[in-house]
Design a protein around this ligand. Sequence first.
Ligand code: KIV
Length: 269
Amino acid sequence: MSAQAPIKRITVPQIADRKGGTPIVSLTAYTAPMAAMVDAHSDFILVGDSLGMVIHGLPSTIGVTLDMMILHGQAVMRGSQRAMVVVDMPFGSYEESPQQAFRNAARIIGETGCGAVKLEGGTRMAPTIAFLVERGIPVMGHVGLTPQSTNVMGGFKTQGRDEATWAAHIQDAVDVADAGAFAVVVEGVMEPLADRITDAISVPTIGIGASARCDGQILVLDDMLGLSGRIPRFVKKFGDLGPRTEDAIAEYAAAVRDRSFPGDEQVYR
Ligand code: KIV
């Protein structure tokens, strides 16, 4: 009897090599069962700090902790076999110094076994990204609309409406890529600016509310399935599971109340 070879996970260099190639598919997941469903279809799974809003009912991603990210990262690693898993560094876990970022990124990688971390910020985070990459931590960047900075930005606002700001956004992406990020999420920017960013950097761009010309796309799974309450305008829904879930719950409740719910005699007959 021959032992089955373990399924190999997609690696960081394999994602980096997809610049200008077959578009990279990615989705978020926060739990083992959802990760298992996403695994076969995605090149990487992001354990995004959006889990604070989607799963924990927080008003923003600001209150998400390192322990929350590690717990969900472990679940997603257990549920998946093939896709690379990237875990977000939450607000307050990396901005203070490169040393703080290294300590916390090492905890995420060590305690979850994930392939890479993602952190938000452009030029200002470049020295931190270089510090992590030089010490063996693969980093995915995140520029444009960075939800952890919405208090400074004044809300979830599409970036690059004013062409005068484009140069700074492009420089952000260039500095993050030059610092060693293997891919860069480009969120919530005007399409022509997203295209300029894709053309300006040599690593893949992963768009969300950006441009179909990005090297890959990501969506928050619950938004895409129609399960979240407040869905950003740019999200194309590929399912409508919210109302269907509510219908199933209502059907169950009615069955219990009118005693048509199967009793032991039916189930175990
Ligand atoms: O937290 C998250 O889900 C993200 C994606 C929206 C890119 O960062």
